[in-house]
Design a binder for this molecule. Structure first.
Ligand code: BES
Ligand code: MN
Ligand code: ZN
Length: 533
């Protein structure tokens, strides 16, 4: 493939200089200065047209702010806070530059050369995330890609490359990130890791955005199989309803029974740890490919958003793909229950009682609280069968979480301070933010007030915390905590109902309005830090 260069995105230093070198370099520095752009303000952009050159999008890094006081929500101190802030500015700058140059695109395949700014990893992320768009479903307008091959969809006709010229993966890995706080690790941050993180998030966005008639459980499973096909040390297993029945996952079945679409259960195992049989990190992702609410049907307005109710599944499979592509030295097992939640003559009725895989009885008072049901049996299966040291589930679980945190933070519920710290550190590094919420038995009475052991809704008060404590009842391995000894598993539940969509606060140049794919970058970074050797 020989493609032409659409343009270059270059950093402007706080003193107004542009390090491009040669005749072009001095021309653009002069043009920038003549344009009255402020180099001290971050994110100022001018498109410059030096003689005998492609267009140059010059973007200012801006002055570094003074170190803030260390706050309780910044446990890693002022230096790390500032470094994360600079990396985020790099994402924004790279994205702004490539999106501006895209305006000059003729729609054919082209490359755009992008400066590393203050972080090679973050620049690659910003450029790839910024160029992604939902163009799969358009037959007209700029760069329509309906029925075009996958490598041209989602804005992929423009490929960002490093300004430093690295083309091969080996060369991209040499473009090391100056900011990697882990220093010498098995997998240091670089332009290469930035590409892998961003592609994973873009895949998660694509799975989420795709209309529910085109992203059924069957189609989702197919895409996972295809994506992992040539990835070393991975195994993908797709289970069907008979297997789910054999496993006595009756809560999962109770949700699926109202749908005409066959359910699927996808398992991914990645063996990257030096010791083959080391305990895995387990991810569980909610995979409701469409949530009508079932018999407790949702109001019509905005219901199309419920095509993204498989956002947890999308995030965990995408993160697992990136972890495997990076070859991180860690074992990861990932589980996604996939089904629609539909009303029908066979659907669960409010008040129906089912026996979960772990033996607890559950009364389904609201068929719209379906996420905790499919997750419950999956969590028990993952714990009992694979004995993970850490289990993290990700789910678009509660409207209450949208009310609490909006689109800014994903909510983390865990009893383990260490696990919270690790997730928070990873989220901050990737600006894919987490906020801690309560996981405590204090909310158990709210979900224990019917004829069965548990009821699947605790009513309006603390709706996210009652959902979280419901899930905890299905984690095997936490029992020891009650006896005062260390539990065999650390557990966190992440509610992404708010962060699944860039609605208002989080819309920016690399995160366009719409479904976000979050928290993919945070989860990959979490695994990278966990596997640090
Ligand atoms: N998928 C929804 C939660 C949701 C709402 C995600 C808005 C993203 C945006 C979930 O299945 C649901 O319907 N939850 C109910 C639970 C209630 C009935 C206890 C809710 O939050 O209203
Ligand atoms: Mn629901
Ligand atoms: Zn749902």
């Amino acid at each position: 493939m020989s493609s032409s260069v659409l343009g270059k995105v270059v950093a402007v230093k706080p003193n107004g200089n542009i390090d491009l070198g040669g005749e072009v370099g001095s021309q653009v520095t002069a043009q920038w200065k003549a344009s009255h752009a402020s180099a001290s303000k971050p994110g100022e952009l001018r498109v410059l047209f030096p003689a005998e050159s492609v267009p140059i999008a010059a973007v200012s890094q801006g002055e570094q702010k003074a170190a803030p006081e260390t706050q309780p929500d910044r446990p890693n101190g002022a230096d790390v806070f500032l470094q994360n802030e600079r990396a985020e500015q790099t994402r924004l700058n790279a994205a702004k530059g490539v999106r501006t140059l895209r305006e000059f695109s003729t729609g054919e395949e082209q490359t755009v050369e992008v400066d590393s700014f203050e972080s090679a990893h973050a620049a690659a992320e910003g450029a790839l995330l910024g160029l992604w768009s939902v163009n799969h479903f358009k037959t007209r307008g700029s760069a329509p890609s309906w029925k075009k091959p996958a490598h041209l969809q989602g804005g992929k006709h423009i490929t960002p490359v490093s300004l430093n010229g690295a083309k091969s993966d080996a060369d991209k890995k040499k473009l090391r990130d100056v900011n990697d706080s882990l220093g010498e690790t098995s997998t240091p941050l670089s332009w290469y890791t930035g590409e892998v993180y961003a592609r994973a998030q873009n895949w998660s966005r694509e799975l989420q955005e795709t209309a529910a008639n085109l992203m059924t459980p069957t189609e989702f499973a197919k895409r996972v199989v295809a994506a992992f096909k040539n990835v070393p040390n991975t195994e993908v297993i797709v289970r069907d309803a008979d297997w789910v029945r054999e496993q006595r996952m009756n809560l999962f079945l109770s949700v699926a029974q109202g749908s005409e679409q066959p359910l699927k259960f996808v398992e991914i195992h990645y063996h990257g740890a030096p010791e083959q049989d080391a305990k895995p990190l387990a991810f569980v992702g909610k995979g409701i490919t469409f949530d009508t609410g079932g018999i407790s049907i949702k109001p019509g307005a905005g219901m199309d958003l419920m095509r993204a109710d498989m956002g947890g599944a999308a995030a965990v499979v995408s993160s697992t793909l990136a972890i495997a592509q990076l070859g991180l030295p860690i074992n990861v097992s990932t589980f996604t229950p996939l089904t629609e939640n539909m009303p029908s003559g066979r659907a669960t009725k409010p008040g129906d009682i089912f026996e979960a895989r772990n033996g607890l009885t559950v009364q389904v008072d609201n068929t719209d609280a379906e996420g905790r049901l499919v997750l419950a049996d999956t969590i028990t299966y993952a714990c009992d069968t694979y004995k993970p040291h850490t289990l993290v589930d990700v789910a678009t679980l509660t409207g209450a979480c949208v009310i609490a945190l909006g689109d800014v933070y994903s909510a983390v519920f865990t009893e383990t301070d260490r696990l919270w710290q690790d997730l928070k550190t990873a989220g901050d590094a990737e600006h894919d933010l987490f906020w801690r919420m309560p996981l405590t038995d204090a909310y158990l009475p709210q979900i224990s007030k019917t004829n069965a052991d548990l009821v699947n809704t605790g009513g309006r008060p603390a709706g996210s915390a009652t959902a979280a404590i419901f899930l905890k009842q299905f984690v095997s391995g936490l029992e020891d905590r009650a006896k005062g000894t260390k539990p065999s598993v650390d557990y966190a539940h992440i509610d992404i109902a708010g962060s699944m969509e860039a609605a208002v606060n989080t819309i920016n140049d690399y995160q366009g309005k719409g479904l976000t794919g979050r928290p993919v970058r945070a989860l990959i970074e979490f695994a990278r830090r966990l596997s640090y050797v």
